[in-house]
Design a protein around this ligand. Sequence first.
Ligand SMILES: NC(=O)c1ccc[n+]([C@@H]2O[C@H](COP(=O)([O-])OP(=O)(O)OC[C@H]3O[C@@H](n4cnc5c(N)ncnc54)[C@H](OP(=O)(O)O)[C@@H]3O)[C@@H](O)[C@H]2O)c1
Length: 323
Amino acid sequence: MLAAYAVRADAEAPLDALVVGEIEQPQVPTGWRPVRVKAAALNHHDVWSLRGVGLAADRLPMILGCDAAGVTDDGREVIVHAVINSPDFVGTDATYDPQRSLLSERYAGTFATQVWVPSANLVDKPPELSFAEAACLPTAWLTAYRMLFSQSGARPGDTVLIQGAGGGVATALITLGRQAGMRIWVTSRDEARGARAVSLGAHQAFPAGARLPERVDAVMDGVGAATWSHSINVLKPGGTLVLCGATSGDNPPKAELTKIFFKPLRVIGSVMGTRDELISLAQMLVATGVRPHIDRILPLADAAAGFAAMIAGEHFGKIIFVP
Ligand SMILES: NC(=O)c1ccc[n+]([C@@H]2O[C@H](COP(=O)([O-])OP(=O)(O)OC[C@H]3O[C@@H](n4cnc5c(N)ncnc54)[C@H](OP(=O)(O)O)[C@@H]3O)[C@@H](O)[C@H]2O)c1
């Protein structure tokens, strides 16, 4: 089958580790359900995989991709929840499973004509959402939903700063936060991307690292090292920093420990979300009419162009592949 897959790890030239072409169907655990992929969305996670982060060499070649929407063999239109739990996991929050993996880490991912998952990972796709829109939800949008509504403690009327305006998680945070009645501020390294964030719903955009008009209730940060100090400094006493990634590195020049305990702040790590949160997110989109911002839709055969755009930071919103 046609797929986009990693054949090795290349920290410096991740595109050189990507192959788009025919590959044999993967081995999957007994009982997993096939889904014919109608649309799949690219995440920074896929670039990390090509760089060798989170994808062990003994699992190569590995079909990439966490996100998909598609059709099961009995004709059900579904969104694929990308968090794969260990069969031994008991508990209601899939993200607390120490053995959890995301599609494309241990089991073949979604950048293919077909993907296999446990039935518990299938969620009905609301007919109001297109396959491309639905494919945006399982990683970036679910992460944003959980950060804002389960982790941050922010309420309607609170001010939330989102670091790095243009990314997939960031654009989801802007859209969801605005819809939920929060005052949304963003930073970007690029003025034009800041302006686009405002057109998407942010109340105001600031250059990366800028002094803000006042301190904020919560910060959503997926940038990591480059924005860490700023995120700590702009929070009100008692404010919350929700961290979901470290695109610019995970070793900030200053740890800011004194400010964290003295202000005092809450620093919360957040990863993906539960199946129930994915269902609630899909229902929120149906109820509000809000839709993911899609940067471009490419044939899967041209996946390398989508990866190149993400590596160069040229995209604004989600990049979609259609088989
Ligand atoms: N925890 C989870 O479950 C989860 C889920 C999804 C993603 N993530 C992580 O969250 C991060 C964002 O993911 P994504 O898919 O949204 O990635 P993306 O679309 O590539 O976005 C990257 C963002 O980082 C900003 N950025 C990149 N390099 C930067 C730098 N050196 N300095 C300042 N800003 C920089 C960009 O903002 P500007 O160019 O506008 O400044 C952009 O908004 C990644 O690290 C990813 O692994 C985690």
